[in-house]
Design a protein around this ligand. Structure first.
Ligand SMILES: Nc1ncnc2c1ncn2[C@@H]1O[C@H](COP(=O)(O)OP(=O)(O)O)[C@@H](O)[C@H]1O
Ligand SMILES: [Mg+2]
Length: 293
């Protein structure tokens, strides 16, 4: 068992995963495959459809604010959760970078997390930036990861509430404490063997951690051949029973509009394909709940 977050051990593995409501989606995959782009598009698309969306940036490169289209003034004012030492200590009993001798509080009351540490993003999305996530070899990510994990897992989500978490490249940071809060993973790959290898590893790890809704998103496709090639790579790696497979086309609007996804959201083949994927994950919010798109 990890000294700081209490995770990574057999007792943690045995803990049943009990989703409380709403959808908690983690976006994983190799660096550069499009995780931040797709996280931002999904968050804003769902917000436009009446969902209440919390976007979590769990990549220390902190690209999600710019990708979501958060204005520069707000973006520079963001205090990443990992640097909000007082909040973390108040909630977990340990300051960032410190262990707590195994005494970290794992189920703190984090109902004030969104109010205290999130910033507004376009379309009503709320953004929480974790920051400072430690890498492979550093082992556990706690206490800040434990805090976000318990916040996400413990949040009483209504069915119109969605959490979308963008992650760091690779899977090494994806510990039990973090995964416990999530019920759905979008595994992003591009049409290359290396990306598919990381994607399949991510999917296996996510499944081991109790996430059973695992969607393969083949990003930047230019033809059906690209999708077929990816599926052949998956087979070559031993196969994986993905819940769904979605082709997401290369879309010039992403390049023309970057860093923000506004241009793509205005109408694009990519958004249409992503909407089809989203509809397999979340059930629509009734119009009365404020759907605008
Ligand atoms: N479907 C797409 N079509 C065109 N460009 C894309 C698409 N998806 C992502 N990109 C571009 O690919 C690059 C990497 O995307 P990014 O979301 O930053 O990847 P990651 O977060 O996985 O590292 C960015 O320049 C982004 O604009
Ligand atoms: Mg990214």
């Amino acid at each position: 068992m990890c000294d700081t977050c209490g995770g990574h051990g057999p007792s943690e593995a045995a803990r049943p995963h009990v989703p409380i409501g709403g959808s908690r989606i983690v976006v994983v995959g190799k660096g550069g495959v499009g995780k931040s782009t797709l996280s931002a598009l999904l968050a804003r698309m769902l917000a436009r459809r009446g969902f209440s969306v919390m976007a979590v940036d769990a990549d220390e490169q902190r690209n999600l604010a710019a990708t979501l289209g958060v204005d520069i003034g707000t973006a520079t004012s963001i205090v990443p959760l990992a640097e909000d030492a007082d909040y973390i200590e108040e909630k977990t009993g340990a300051r960032p970078g410190e262990g707590a001798g195994g005494m970290l509080r794992l189920n703190p009351d984090t109902s004030d997390l969104v109010d205290r540490v999130s910033v507004p993003a376009p379309d009503g999305v709320r953004l929480v930036v974790m920051g400072g996530v430690r890498r492979a070899g550093g082992g556990c990510l706690c206490p800040e990861t434990a805090l976000v994990a318990s916040a996400v897992a413990g949040m009483h989500l209504h069915h119109e509430d969605v959490v979308v978490m963008d992650t760091h490249a690779g899977v090494e940071h994806f510990g039990r404490a973090l995964a416990r809060g999530f019920d759905t993973a979008i595994v992003v790959v591009e049409p290359s063997f290396n990306a598919v290898q990381v994607g399949v590893e991510s999917a296996m790890l996510a499944r081991e951690l109790g996430i059973d809704s695992l969607h393969l998103a083949v990003n930047r496709t230019r033809s059906q051949d690209d999708v077929d090639r990816v599926l052949a790579h998956v087979d070559r790696l031993g196969g994986f029973p993905f819940t769904s497979v979605t082709a997401l086309p290369f879309d010039r609007s992403v390049v023309d509009g970057e860093p923000a996804v506004d241009l793509t959201l205005e109408g694009s083949a990519l958004v249409d394909a992503l909407a089809a994927l989203a509809s397999t994950i979340v059930t629509p919010v009734p119009l009365a709940a404020g759907s605008v798109a």
